[in-house]
Design a protein around this ligand. Structure first.
Ligand code: SAH
Length: 234
Protein backbone atom coordinates (compact mmCIF):
# COMPACT_ATOMS: atom_id res chain seq x y z
CA UNK A 1 0.00 0.00 0.00
CA UNK A 2 1.22 3.53 -0.83
CA UNK A 3 2.00 5.29 2.46
CA UNK A 4 2.61 8.96 3.23
CA UNK A 5 4.21 9.94 6.54
CA UNK A 6 4.19 13.66 7.22
CA UNK A 7 6.33 15.25 9.92
CA UNK A 8 4.80 18.50 11.11
CA UNK A 9 4.22 20.66 14.15
CA UNK A 10 0.57 20.91 12.98
CA UNK A 11 -0.58 17.27 12.68
CA UNK A 12 -4.19 18.47 12.91
CA UNK A 13 -3.81 19.87 9.36
CA UNK A 14 -3.90 16.23 8.09
CA UNK A 15 -5.64 14.61 6.34
CA UNK A 16 -7.51 17.92 5.92
CA UNK A 17 -8.62 18.21 2.28
CA UNK A 18 -7.13 14.77 1.55
CA UNK A 19 -9.91 13.29 3.74
CA UNK A 20 -12.54 14.46 1.23
CA UNK A 21 -13.61 13.53 -2.28
CA UNK A 22 -12.03 10.60 -4.12
CA UNK A 23 -8.72 10.77 -2.22
CA UNK A 24 -10.64 10.66 1.06
CA UNK A 25 -12.77 7.72 -0.03
CA UNK A 26 -9.65 5.82 -1.08
CA UNK A 27 -8.00 6.71 2.23
CA UNK A 28 -10.99 5.36 4.17
CA UNK A 29 -11.02 2.25 1.98
CA UNK A 30 -7.35 1.55 2.71
CA UNK A 31 -6.14 2.10 -0.86
CA UNK A 32 -3.46 4.39 0.57
CA UNK A 33 -2.43 5.46 4.09
CA UNK A 34 -1.52 8.73 5.75
CA UNK A 35 0.22 9.23 9.05
CA UNK A 36 0.87 12.68 10.55
CA UNK A 37 3.74 12.67 13.00
CA UNK A 38 3.91 15.42 15.58
CA UNK A 39 7.49 16.72 15.59
CA UNK A 40 6.89 18.28 19.00
CA UNK A 41 6.33 14.84 20.53
CA UNK A 42 10.02 14.21 19.86
CA UNK A 43 11.29 17.33 21.64
CA UNK A 44 13.83 16.60 24.34
CA UNK A 45 13.31 19.40 26.87
CA UNK A 46 10.45 20.01 29.26
CA UNK A 47 9.15 22.97 27.21
CA UNK A 48 8.87 20.78 24.06
CA UNK A 49 11.08 23.17 22.12
CA UNK A 50 11.29 22.52 18.37
CA UNK A 51 13.10 25.68 17.24
CA UNK A 52 15.88 28.03 18.31
CA UNK A 53 17.44 31.32 17.21
CA UNK A 54 19.54 31.31 14.02
CA UNK A 55 23.30 30.99 14.34
CA UNK A 56 24.80 34.26 13.11
CA UNK A 57 21.75 36.23 14.17
CA UNK A 58 18.85 37.64 12.20
CA UNK A 59 15.10 37.36 12.41
CA UNK A 60 12.99 34.27 12.97
CA UNK A 61 13.71 30.83 14.30
CA UNK A 62 15.25 27.64 12.91
CA UNK A 63 13.91 24.13 13.45
CA UNK A 64 16.31 22.07 15.54
CA UNK A 65 18.26 19.23 13.90
CA UNK A 66 18.24 16.97 16.97
CA UNK A 67 14.45 17.09 17.41
CA UNK A 68 13.75 16.57 13.70
CA UNK A 69 16.24 13.70 13.53
CA UNK A 70 14.48 11.94 16.42
CA UNK A 71 11.10 12.40 14.71
CA UNK A 72 12.41 11.08 11.36
CA UNK A 73 14.14 8.11 13.00
CA UNK A 74 10.96 7.15 14.83
CA UNK A 75 8.92 7.41 11.62
CA UNK A 76 10.84 6.05 8.74
CA UNK A 77 12.84 2.88 9.03
CA UNK A 78 12.15 2.01 5.40
CA UNK A 79 13.20 2.84 1.87
CA UNK A 80 10.63 5.49 1.00
CA UNK A 81 12.12 8.73 -0.34
CA UNK A 82 12.50 11.39 2.34
CA UNK A 83 11.45 14.80 1.11
CA UNK A 84 11.76 18.23 2.67
CA UNK A 85 9.29 20.79 1.38
CA UNK A 86 11.44 23.82 0.64
CA UNK A 87 11.43 26.84 -1.67
CA UNK A 88 15.09 26.03 -2.40
CA UNK A 89 14.25 22.58 -3.74
CA UNK A 90 13.79 21.28 -7.26
CA UNK A 91 10.37 22.44 -8.52
CA UNK A 92 7.87 19.57 -8.42
CA UNK A 93 6.92 18.20 -11.85
CA UNK A 94 4.32 15.73 -13.07
CA UNK A 95 7.17 13.37 -14.02
CA UNK A 96 8.45 13.37 -10.43
CA UNK A 97 4.89 12.95 -9.11
CA UNK A 98 4.40 9.94 -11.38
CA UNK A 99 7.65 8.36 -10.17
CA UNK A 100 6.70 8.94 -6.52
CA UNK A 101 3.19 7.57 -7.06
CA UNK A 102 4.70 4.42 -8.55
CA UNK A 103 6.80 3.75 -5.45
CA UNK A 104 6.00 2.71 -1.87
CA UNK A 105 5.09 6.22 -0.71
CA UNK A 106 6.85 9.24 0.76
CA UNK A 107 8.16 10.64 4.02
CA UNK A 108 7.62 14.41 3.98
CA UNK A 109 9.15 16.90 6.40
CA UNK A 110 7.28 20.20 6.71
CA UNK A 111 9.38 23.21 7.63
CA UNK A 112 8.14 26.22 9.58
CA UNK A 113 9.68 29.53 10.67
CA UNK A 114 12.89 30.27 8.69
CA UNK A 115 13.39 26.62 7.80
CA UNK A 116 15.42 23.72 9.21
CA UNK A 117 19.01 23.33 10.42
CA UNK A 118 21.13 22.57 7.33
CA UNK A 119 22.93 19.68 9.05
CA UNK A 120 19.67 17.73 9.35
CA UNK A 121 19.12 17.80 5.58
CA UNK A 122 22.41 16.05 4.87
CA UNK A 123 22.36 13.79 7.92
CA UNK A 124 18.97 12.27 7.01
CA UNK A 125 19.38 12.47 3.24
CA UNK A 126 16.40 14.76 2.69
CA UNK A 127 15.59 15.73 -0.89
CA UNK A 128 14.35 19.32 -1.08
CA UNK A 129 11.21 19.75 -3.19
CA UNK A 130 9.59 23.09 -4.03
CA UNK A 131 6.03 23.85 -4.99
CA UNK A 132 7.09 26.94 -6.93
CA UNK A 133 8.92 30.23 -6.72
CA UNK A 134 7.00 31.80 -3.87
CA UNK A 135 7.20 31.46 -0.09
CA UNK A 136 4.57 29.69 1.99
CA UNK A 137 4.46 30.05 5.76
CA UNK A 138 4.99 26.32 6.23
CA UNK A 139 5.52 23.07 4.40
CA UNK A 140 2.10 21.61 5.24
CA UNK A 141 0.17 23.06 2.29
CA UNK A 142 3.02 22.06 -0.01
CA UNK A 143 2.94 18.51 1.43
CA UNK A 144 -0.85 18.33 0.91
CA UNK A 145 -0.39 19.40 -2.72
CA UNK A 146 2.38 16.88 -3.35
CA UNK A 147 0.47 14.00 -1.75
CA UNK A 148 -2.73 14.95 -3.59
CA UNK A 149 -0.92 14.90 -6.93
CA UNK A 150 0.53 11.44 -6.14
CA UNK A 151 -2.62 9.88 -4.69
CA UNK A 152 -4.80 10.67 -7.71
CA UNK A 153 -2.44 8.54 -9.83
CA UNK A 154 -2.67 5.47 -7.58
CA UNK A 155 -4.73 2.77 -9.31
CA UNK A 156 -8.24 2.63 -7.83
CA UNK A 157 -8.34 6.21 -6.56
CA UNK A 158 -9.80 8.12 -9.50
CA UNK A 159 -10.71 5.51 -12.05
CA UNK A 160 -10.21 6.43 -15.66
CA UNK A 161 -9.98 10.21 -15.25
CA UNK A 162 -6.39 10.20 -14.07
CA UNK A 163 -5.15 7.54 -16.43
CA UNK A 164 -2.86 10.39 -17.29
CA UNK A 165 -2.62 9.87 -21.01
CA UNK A 166 -4.51 13.04 -21.96
CA UNK A 167 -3.79 15.33 -19.03
CA UNK A 168 -1.70 18.46 -18.93
CA UNK A 169 2.03 17.61 -18.91
CA UNK A 170 1.45 13.92 -19.72
CA UNK A 171 2.98 14.33 -23.18
CA UNK A 172 4.76 17.61 -22.45
CA UNK A 173 1.82 19.74 -23.57
CA UNK A 174 -0.91 21.62 -21.72
CA UNK A 175 -4.36 20.11 -22.06
CA UNK A 176 -6.78 21.16 -24.82
CA UNK A 177 -9.94 23.15 -23.88
CA UNK A 178 -12.93 21.26 -22.51
CA UNK A 179 -16.64 21.87 -23.13
CA UNK A 180 -19.93 20.36 -21.99
CA UNK A 181 -23.65 21.13 -22.29
CA UNK A 182 -25.39 23.47 -22.86
CA UNK A 183 -24.57 23.57 -26.56
CA UNK A 184 -24.89 27.36 -26.53
CA UNK A 185 -23.74 29.43 -23.53
CA UNK A 186 -24.27 33.22 -23.63
CA UNK A 187 -24.24 33.08 -27.40
CA UNK A 188 -21.10 30.92 -27.62
CA UNK A 189 -21.26 27.51 -29.25
CA UNK A 190 -18.94 24.51 -28.91
CA UNK A 191 -16.20 24.08 -31.55
CA UNK A 192 -17.70 22.21 -34.49
CA UNK A 193 -14.97 19.55 -34.54
CA UNK A 194 -16.04 18.35 -31.08
CA UNK A 195 -19.69 17.88 -32.01
CA UNK A 196 -18.95 16.27 -35.38
CA UNK A 197 -18.89 12.72 -34.01
CA UNK A 198 -15.75 12.14 -36.10
CA UNK A 199 -13.12 10.71 -33.73
CA UNK A 200 -10.15 11.51 -35.96
CA UNK A 201 -11.36 15.10 -36.32
CA UNK A 202 -11.78 15.41 -32.55
CA UNK A 203 -8.28 14.05 -31.93
CA UNK A 204 -6.73 16.37 -34.51
CA UNK A 205 -8.51 19.42 -33.05
CA UNK A 206 -7.42 18.54 -29.51
CA UNK A 207 -3.80 18.00 -30.54
CA UNK A 208 -3.73 21.32 -32.43
CA UNK A 209 -5.28 23.20 -29.49
CA UNK A 210 -2.89 21.59 -26.98
CA UNK A 211 0.01 22.71 -29.14
CA UNK A 212 -1.38 26.23 -29.60
CA UNK A 213 -1.99 26.73 -25.84
CA UNK A 214 1.44 25.39 -24.94
CA UNK A 215 3.15 27.63 -27.53
CA UNK A 216 1.25 30.71 -26.31
CA UNK A 217 1.43 30.14 -22.56
CA UNK A 218 4.51 28.05 -21.86
CA UNK A 219 7.39 28.74 -24.21
CA UNK A 220 9.59 26.62 -21.91
CA UNK A 221 7.42 23.50 -22.34
CA UNK A 222 6.98 24.21 -26.04
CA UNK A 223 10.73 24.38 -26.67
CA UNK A 224 11.27 21.09 -24.81
CA UNK A 225 8.40 19.45 -26.72
CA UNK A 226 9.79 20.51 -30.09
CA UNK A 227 13.26 19.32 -29.16
CA UNK A 228 11.88 15.89 -28.25
CA UNK A 229 9.74 15.70 -31.38
CA UNK A 230 12.81 16.34 -33.54
CA UNK A 231 14.72 13.58 -31.73
CA UNK A 232 17.79 13.81 -29.48
CA UNK A 233 20.31 13.82 -32.37
CA UNK A 234 19.04 16.72 -34.41
N1 SAH B 1 13.43 31.35 4.97
C1 SAH B 1 13.07 30.40 3.97
C2 SAH B 1 11.54 30.25 3.84
C3 SAH B 1 10.92 29.55 5.01
S1 SAH B 1 9.20 29.35 4.80
C4 SAH B 1 13.63 30.83 2.63
O1 SAH B 1 13.75 32.04 2.40
O2 SAH B 1 13.94 29.97 1.80
C5 SAH B 1 8.87 28.08 5.99
C6 SAH B 1 8.71 26.68 5.44
O3 SAH B 1 7.64 26.67 4.50
C7 SAH B 1 9.89 26.12 4.68
O4 SAH B 1 10.82 25.55 5.54
C8 SAH B 1 9.24 25.08 3.80
O5 SAH B 1 9.05 23.85 4.49
C9 SAH B 1 7.86 25.68 3.51
N2 SAH B 1 7.80 26.33 2.19
C10 SAH B 1 7.74 27.65 1.94
N3 SAH B 1 7.69 27.91 0.63
C11 SAH B 1 7.69 26.72 0.01
C12 SAH B 1 7.66 26.32 -1.36
N4 SAH B 1 7.61 27.20 -2.35
N5 SAH B 1 7.67 25.00 -1.64
C13 SAH B 1 7.74 24.08 -0.64
N6 SAH B 1 7.77 24.40 0.67
C14 SAH B 1 7.75 25.70 1.00
Amino acid sequence: MWRASVLTIFPEMFPGPLGLSLAGKALAAGVWALEAIDIRAHAIDKHSTVDDTPAGGGPGMVMKADVLAAAIDAAAADTRPRLLMSPRGAPLTQARVKALAGGDGVVVVCGRYEGVDERLIAARGLEEVSLGDYVLSGGEIAALALIDACVRLIPGVMGKQASGAEESFADGLLEYPQYTRPAVFEGQGIPEALTSGDHAKVAAWRQAEAERLTRERRPDLWAAYQKRAKGPNS
